[in-house]
Ligand binder design. Structure first.
Ligand code: FAD
Length: 279
């Protein structure tokens, strides 16, 4: 069942040396999943960019798994992005998750030379040819700024046509949204793999806050049950594990080409889900 599935895991760059040591342990624990890559997020216009590079280089040098830096273009210049691409190439990095990113709150700087991810994908192809395997973001429940479903899907296709090799979705808890998204992509002759992003559930308040900003829906039944378990950490985790495992089972049974885990730099829940799935 697992031989042809693409499993990947996403981390955020730790701010401290201790966080980096902990992340190495997490990475080692996740090796049993035989991941295709470990990706590392990138703060648009923010201060974590150096930490992303450090974390990516650490993975590339000390792990058997390929590192995939996220690269967001908002607020950046062609020259910055060019330099970063060539640095990554020199480090032997062959995968990139190409994003627009979001303006940090209170952002007063320039919006830079790129306004959408399709321009970044085109620029990466112009600068580095086919060197990088490029992943882009997909939104089965639509991007929060989308003006209409049709427009969002058309823009997604534009990003794919610019040269993306595969896509990773925003997390969701409603498998129908994913399958409908795949149908809409098929109608537009988008044929790249679209791997669902999986967010384990460990903390209701954090998940609710996160979901409100990124436009991921927590269905009412789920929100209500999680709220009830808010002060029962173990009960909430067990319930969350059952919900997310069932979601993954449905996605894989329906033909998802793999799973991308949003790890939040923790291995325990991901390993439990994977074990229950028989991965
Ligand atoms: P785009 O594809 O550019 O889309 C953004 C919006 O613009 C959409 O509403 C779309 O419909 C519209 N649009 C697209 N193209 C055009 C066009 N040509 N003309 C007009 N409108 C257009 N953010 C970070 O800052 N750092 C990260 O590391 C990070 N990692 C992520 C990983 C994944 C898997 C996902 C799903 C998201 C991630 N994000 C990250 C969040 C992402 O940056 C935001 O969701 C951002 O708002 C949109 O980025 P995008 O690449 O999808 O943008």
């Amino acid at each position: 069942m697992t031989a042809h599935l693409t499993i990947s895991c996403e981390f955020f760059p730790p701010r401290t040396e201790q966080g980096m040591i902990k992340l190495r342990q997490t990475r080692n624990q996740l090796l049993v999943l035989n991941p295709a890559f470990f990706s590392v997020t990138f703060g648009a216009g923010g201060s974590t960019q150096e930490k992303t590079i450090e974390t990516v280089v650490d993975i590339q040098q000390h792990s058997s798994v390929a590192a995939a830096p996220h690269l967001s273009c908002i607020g950046s210049t062609k020259e910055n992005i060019r330099n970063l691409l060539h640095d990554y190439q020199a480090q032997g990095i062959q995968r990139i998750v190409a994003l627009r990113g979001d303006k940090p709150s209170g952002w007063a700087g320039s919006l830079g030379e790129f306004s959408h991810a399709n321009q970044l994908v085109s620029f990466i192809r112009e600068e580095t040819g086919t060197h990088f395997q490029i992943e882009v973001a997909a939104y089965p429940e639509f991007h929060p700024q989308a003006r209409s479903p049709k427009e969002d899907l058309d823009y997604f296709k534009q990003k794919v046509d610019a040269g993306a090799n595969s896509a990773i979705t925003q997390y969701f808890y409603n498998p129908d949204a994913y399958f409908r998204f795949l149908d809409s992509c098929a109608q537009r002759e988008v044929t790249i793999p679209i791997v669902p992003g999986i967010m384990p559930i460990s903390n209701f308040e954090q998940l609710a806050r996160f979901s409100d900003t990124c436009g991921a829906e927590i269905p009412r039944w789920l929100r209500f049950r999680l709220k009830e378990l808010e002060n029962d950490k173990e009960g909430l985790q067990e319930f969350g594990l059952a919900v997310v495992t069932k979601l993954c089972e449905q996605l894989l049974a329906g033909g998802a080409p793999g799973l991308h885990f949003y790890t939040l730099n923790q291995a325990t829940l991901i390993l439990s889900i994977a074990k229950r799935l028989g991965l």
